[in-house]
Write a protein that binds this ligand. Structure first.
Ligand SMILES: [Zn+2]
Length: 850
């Protein structure tokens, strides 16, 4: 095995050490005043996986030594690591860099004709290792920076005169560092290339993702994570002509560069984009041929979901290229192509970066013209579009509407407050919580892509989700306005750096009781603040009306003041914080009487318990689903769930928790003893909130008695072997939006005020309805597809199926969902289902759940 590896090895290093010249182009001289990577790191590139702090040291060292390079920090990760952007161009350009940038941006506006394209530099952005355990990109960025800072000669001088090179050396510092620690700490003095070796098999949660285990290469649309928020701001500051995205793929592969599969490009991306990408790819081909590296193109990868880096840039008038290098994972690994060594992977990434810069330099005029035409064409399309503006908002939940407005604004989209109240159908859009996005603006295509509902597709294979319609993800009222409904007189002030909305304390300080409704996104944060302060909190299971005639919805929260064992001043303080920070209106009740519905002392108010949460993590659990739940509770709701490993779960006493969260994953390593222990714990009064794999496992373990429907395979005739992949792929629900109906009176539905709820579904878990008609408060409707792709064979089975089931087990409760409620941190709408289940799950009448 090893011998044949040596024979076919493309890398020809044979465990030998390399020096810097291995990576760099031949016959190139370098300025000796620029520090080499080794002079700063203390070792040669490729000998070790660079840790993020050393990468940062090198970037600053070169920036300090070179008049071609400036450096800026654009964000900090959750683990407080800096995200850096280096700007490389000749010193004359640096002296007028703000003018160059401003003129470049003009190309994306209706003033584009004022730009003298002949004399305008083009812009290339080299982005590295968004997936932290795909480290050849980030490691190559040191070599690439060295090359452009130190290379000498007429060719580089001309390149730097006409090109602005931006290097983002590590898009995901927390993941990169997590991975580097793993690999370096398992490296022997003699390299081991065995794929079974610990070094090549990192442990959960692995380094692909960021601190909360999000895939940063899906966050370009949601923009919920600090890394992406900072980077997208920079992308809009520069609107690069070419954006590169350096990844790794399976060890037995070679090297991939775009274009991808021609039929799998989002229809809002112009055809010329694909043609130009093909032309650019000639440079990559040349770069790889020069070093006898194998490669492929036009297969496997698509260009559809703009939440991924390259597609996002395609939606912003640039060209973008995904690079995928076969991964050595550790420092070396046996592969179908011989022993794949880490330096070889770094060299391919570096050479593709050089090819990218060459392409942008030589195709400068073409790329600048493409960008200009992209935006000019967009304005023409906006003129023809029957939709003139999108309107969205929620007078009951200004916080959620604010978060969507902010997200839209981050995409360099102009967005406005509504000037006056707008009534459409049953919905009223009020100033303060409603926003308008006119279509007639430079970002037309992106707006279209973010707000559209799309159900028809030219291809049925998707690398990722097929729908992300933002107002549906937020479950906000929204309208596409035609020219009949829209004129710019509806626009109020521009939304910019507006402050987060505040609530109101209505009726002033109370000495009897405070009450608030739970429509607001942060209602559960408010409840948690109170419970954490030791305050007694009750929730009402009926509507009631105060003496001023205000009716409080079902699920309203009541804080009685005379029965607390803590100083009232402390409660007033928490209430003031809720009003100030949670955008919740709190009402002062001067007495306990209600003019309609129960009085405040009624038994329809139930005491709430502070959730003490265990989230099962690690092992076979989905890091994505677990991380999303952790991120939600920790960063938005100020809660402190315990993340408990499978091993630990098998051995511990569960009594310190009252809520256990079982998300998607494989549960094979839960012992029979732990299963029995969990069942006993529920029987004694525990609450379980489950989704996807957790839901299925609880049923398989006979803890619940839920049943599921298996859907039949494809109906289409299968002609030959080569159809397999396409037909099988077309059976996948990569992620689409469905319509469900919620019971607004059920604790799971409290705070919702429209019974139609958008749900995100990925995968094909289909749950049968229970015999008890009250046990499925959320069900898919008939004709449930709202936006996205679903195989026609599957849809009838999703229609009318249960999206949630409640199961009373002894004195406890299990709430089982078929789908993930916290997808990618931007499904604000379904977060409420998750939080209602955690906070109100124990209030559910067991009779409705048997
Ligand atoms: Zn990747």
């Amino acid at each position: 095995m090893l011998l044949s590896g040596l024979i076919f090895c493309q890398c020809s290093l044979l465990f030998g050490q390399v020096d810097l010249s291995y990576y760099l182009p031949e016959n190139q001289t370098y300025d000796s005043s620029i520090p080499t990577p080794k002079s700063v790191l203390g070792y040669e590139i490729g000998d070790w996986h660079v840790s993020h702090d050393k990468l940062v040291n090198y970037m600053y060292a070169v920036a300090a030594a070179s008049d071609r390079v400036t450096i800026t920090e654009y964000a900090r990760t959750y683990e407080n690591r800096p995200l850096l952007l280096l700007t490389i161009t000749n010193p004359d350009n640096h002296a007028r860099i703000n003018d160059i940038r401003a003129t470049h941006l003009k190309l994306t506006t209706s003033a584009a004709d004022e730009v003298d394209i002949e004399n305008q530099p083009s812009v290339v952005w080299l982005g590295h290792s968004v997936h932290g355990n795909e480290p050849s990109g980030a490691n190559s960025s040191l070599v690439t920076l060295y090359h452009f800072a130190a290379a000498q000669g007429a060719e580089i001088d001309k390149t730097l005169k006409e090109t602005v090179i931006l290097i983002d050396p590590s898009i995901n510092p927390d993941g990169l560092n997590r991975f580097a620690s793993w690999v370096n700490s398992h490296k022997g003095q003699n390299l081991v290339a065995d794929p079974n070796n610990l070094e090549q098999n990192e442990m959960w949660p692995r380094g692909r993702t960021n601190h909360y285990w999000f895939d940063l290469n899906r966050d370009y649309i949601p923009l919920q994570l600090p890394e992406s928020v900072g980077r997208i701001a920079k992308i809009h500051e520069w609107k690069p002509n070419l954006y590169t995205d350096h990844h790794e793929m399976g060890t037995n592969s070679t090297f991939f560069f775009q274009p991808g599969v021609p039929s799998r490009v989002h229809p809002l991306i112009p055809k010329e984009n694909y043609q130009l990408t093909e032309k650019i790819s000639g440079y990559f081909q040349e770069g790889m041929d020069n070093i006898q590296s194998f490669y492929f193109s036009k297969e496997n990868y698509d260009d559809y979901y703009p939440g991924r880096g390259p597609t996002y840039v395609d939606f912003n008038g640039g060209m973008a290229v995904l690079f995928e290098q076969a991964s050595s994972r550790g420092h070396a690994q046996e592969s179908d192509n011989g022993i794949l060594e880490f330096p070889f992977t770094i060299r391919n990434q570096h050479r593709s970066a050089l090819a990218s810069v060459k392409a942008v330099f030589e195709m400068r005029i073409e790329l600048l013209n493409y960008q200009k035409d992209y935006y000019a064409e967009g304005l023409k399309l906006a003129d023809k579009d029957p939709v003139k503006a999108y309107l969205f908002g929620s007078d009951k939940d200004p916080a959620k509407a604010f978060h969507l407005a902010k997200m839209v604004k981050r995409h360099d989209i102009d967005i406005y407050h509504v000037k006056d109240e707008i009534k459409i159908g049953n919905d009223t859009y009020v100033p303060g919580s409603s926003y308008l996005v006119p279509m007639n603006q430079d970002q037309y295509r992106l707006i279209h892509g973010l707000f559209e509902i799309r159900n028809s597709f030219t291809d049925s294979l998707f690398y990722d989700v097929s729908a992300w319609t933002l107002p549906l993800a937020f479950n906000l009222e929204f309208q596409a306005l035609s020219s009949r409904d829209y004129s710019n007189t509806l626009l109020g002030t521009a939304f910019g750096s507006d402050p987060f909305p505040k609530g109101e304390l209505i009726g002033g300080k109370s000495n009897y009781a405070y009450v608030f409704e739970v429509h607001g996104y942060y209602a559960h944060r408010a409840i948690n603040r109170l419970l954490s302060a030791g305050v007694r909190v009750k929730v009402g299971s009926k509507e009631f009306t105060n003496t001023d005639g205000k009716t409080f919805s079902i699920g309203s929260v009541m804080v009685p003041l005379s029965t607390q064992g803590i100083p009232l001043d402390k409660i007033h303080e928490v209430i003031a914080t809720i009003v100030e920070e949670d955008a919740i209106d709190v009402y002062n009740f001067k007495d306990g009487g209600s003019i309609n519905g129960p009085d405040l002392g009624s038994g329809s108010f139930s005491l709430l318990e502070k959730p003490e949460i265990l989230i099962l993590a690690e092992g076979g659990m989905s890091g994505g689903d677990v991380g999303e739940a952790w991120h939600l509770l920790d960063t938005r709701f100020k809660m402190s769930p315990s993340l408990v490993s499978m091993d630990k779960f098998n051995s511990i006493n569960l009594d310190r928790y009252n809520t256990i969260i079982l998300l998607d994953g494989r549960y094979g390593s839960i012992s029979d003893g732990a299963k029995a222990k969990l069942k006993t714990w529920i029987t004694k009064g525990g609450l379980v909130v489950a989704s996807k794999g957790g839901t299925k496992w609880l049923a398989d373990s006979k803890i619940t008695n839920l049943t599921f429907t298996r859907t039949p395979g494809p109906k289409r005739a299968i002609n030959n072997y080569s159809d397999y992949r396409n037909i099988n792929g077309a059976q996948v629900i990569g992620g689409s939006i469905f319509k469900a109906k919620i019971d607004l009176g059920h604790p799971i539905g409290w705070g919702f005020y429209n019974s139609e709820v958008p749900l995100f579904k990925r995968g094909i878990l289909i749950m049968n309805k229970s015999n008890n008609p009250f046990a499925n408060p959320l069900t898919y409707t008939s004709n449930s597809l709202w936006s996205g792709y679903v195989p026609e064979e599957k849809l009838p089975f999703i229609d009318n199926s249960a999206a949630v089931a409640t199961s009373a087990v002894g004195r406890g409760m299990v709430i089982s969902y078929t789908d993930n409620l916290n997808f990618r941190a931007f499904w604000y709408g379904t977060n409420k289902l998750f939080l209602n289940s955690i906070f109100f799950g124990k209030v559910i009448n067991p009779g409705t759940a048997r």
